[in-house]
Design a protein around this ligand. Structure first.
Ligand code: PMP
Length: 436
């Protein structure tokens, strides 16, 4: 069928359903996604009025990434400037200023001696690379039996193979593949609560499990302080210290997945900063380019890099076509400038206060089990599975874009979201909790 020359929202949706896969969606599609025509600041503009709104305040930062909002002049300029010079070149045998500057920048910002940077194209791939680095490290040192990963339940690390194997194995998104994925070691979920005192019994459980499996463990991998897509749970940073010490005691590497938490979201530049812990390998993504372009990075210490270099195969055999894409690297540099040139800690504190204030009233809504806020993250958990359609519709009715899932209605707004819009987002979360 020839493509119509001009398409209204109705035509687009018909073709979308027929041809386009959406995240975790069926084919042909059954949902009616909203058609977004443009986005600026914290507002998404819809192609047609939706429940009386043509602009929706974005409560999701496009899944943690658009920390500076949309259509940002500095990020736009970085992309334009780089576009005129070079949009992409292969990274094998070639290098360029945006990549080198970004790698140096990340190495300077990262905790401790995480100074070697692998620039890749998505969060999942950065976790794949992290796993590969760790397994290869032990092979290079003549200990090939150390090839499993340990994580705690309730986590999420991406949708490609190795990351799927360390996502929550129960009731998670990747149940379909249990038995096929690499068999990893799972600790219990960390006790809930950022401020909760350290639970010694749980700490012992982590120590015991790491000790018991040390001979086959390449690394422990966890999301520090916030488990995101696995359930939006917060836990005490103290467990990161427990993991660091147990990993050191038993010759196991520590990987921290800061893909969601990195770049200020929890109130520290990286969530590991709450505990002062330095991992051996760290993954970042999402907000790295301010949500503009797809780029992530895996950082490792000289110990890991030198270990790999001493092996029979002394190279890291990974080289994506779009590795270190100059456009993405240039925008990432600009995004870091924008973040660091402002008092971002103060902005996160302001949003945290607004979310605490606005979400407090959700506690009295029937069916609400928990309300929690950390940094620029607000979560309302219900005691039943959400009717996603009804909850989303309720939020959109308030002029806000949210994407509730399972029993969770949550928000992680762009850092530029003003106080009035934070209040509006909170009202929408409450409306979604009532309707969902
Ligand atoms: N790790 C964490 C903690 C994440 O939140 C995500 C994305 N939700 C990923 C890994 C995967 O990143 P991506 O979607 O960019 O592949």
């Amino acid at each position: 069928m020839p493509e119509p020359e001009s398409m209204d929202a109705h035509d687009l949706l018909a073709l979308d359903r027929q041809h386009v896969w959406h995240p975790y969606g069926p084919m042909p599609g059954t949902d009616d996604p909203l058609v977004i025509e443009s986005a600026a600041g914290v507002r998404l503009r819809t192609a047609e009025p939706v429940q009386g709104h043509t602009e929706l305040v974005d409560g999701m930062s496009s899944w943690w990434s658009a920390i500076h909002g949309y259509n940002h002049p500095v990020l736009n300029e970085a992309a334009r400037g780089q576009l005129d010079r070079m949009s992409h070149v292969m990274f094998g045998g070639l290098t360029h200023e945006p990549a080198v500057r970004l790698a140096k920048r990340l190495a300077d910002l990262a905790p401790g001696d995480l100074e070697h940077v692998f620039l890749c194209d998505s969060g999942s791939v950065s976790v794949e690379v992290a796993a590969k680095m760790c397994l290869q490290y032990w092979r290079s040192l003549g200990r090939p039996a150390k090839q499993r990963l340990l994580t705690w339940r309730g986590g999420y690390h991406g949708d490609t193979w190795q990351p799927m194997s360390v996502c929550d194995p129960d009731g998670g998104m990747h149940d379909l593949w249990s038995g096929v994925l690499p068999r990893q070691v799972f600790a219990d979920e960390p006790p809930a609560g950022f401020d909760a005192p350290l639970d010694e019994a749980y700490a012992d459980h982590l120590r015991e499990l790491i000790g018991r499996h040390a001979e086959e463990l390449a690394a422990v991998i966890v999301e520090p302080v916030v488990q995101g897509a696995g359930g939006m749970r917060f836990h005490s940073p103290a467990y990161l210290k427990v993991l660091r010490e147990a990993c050191d005691a038993h010759d196991v590497l520590l990987v921290l997945d800061e893909i969601a938490t990195g770049f200020g979201r929890t109130g520290e530049l990286f969530a590991a900063g709450h505990a002062g812990v330095v991992p051996d390998v760290m993954c970042v993504g999402k907000a790295l380019t301010g949500g503009y372009l797809t780029m992530a990075a895996t950082l490792c210490t000289p110990r890991v890099a030198d270990g790999i270099s001493r092996g029979e195969v002394p190279v890291l055999a990974h080289g994506p076509t779009f590795m270190a894409n100059p456009l993405a690297a240039a925008v990432a540099g600009a995004s870091l400038d924008v973040l660091l040139q402002q008092d971002w800690r103060q902005e996160i504190k302001r949003i945290e206060a607004g979310l605490r204030d606005g979400l407090e009233r959700a506690r009295t809504i029937p069916g609400v089990r928990d309300v929690r806020v950390l940094g620029a993250i607000g979560v309302v958990q219900l005691d039943h599975p959400i009717d996603m359609t009804a909850a989303t519709r309720a939020a959109v009715g308030e002029g806000v874009w949210l994407r509730p899932f399972r029993d969770l209605i949550y928000t992680m707004p762009p850092y530029i979201t003003g106080d009035e819009d934070i209040a509006r987002i909170c009202a929408a979360v409450c409306a979604a909790a009532r309707e969902g």
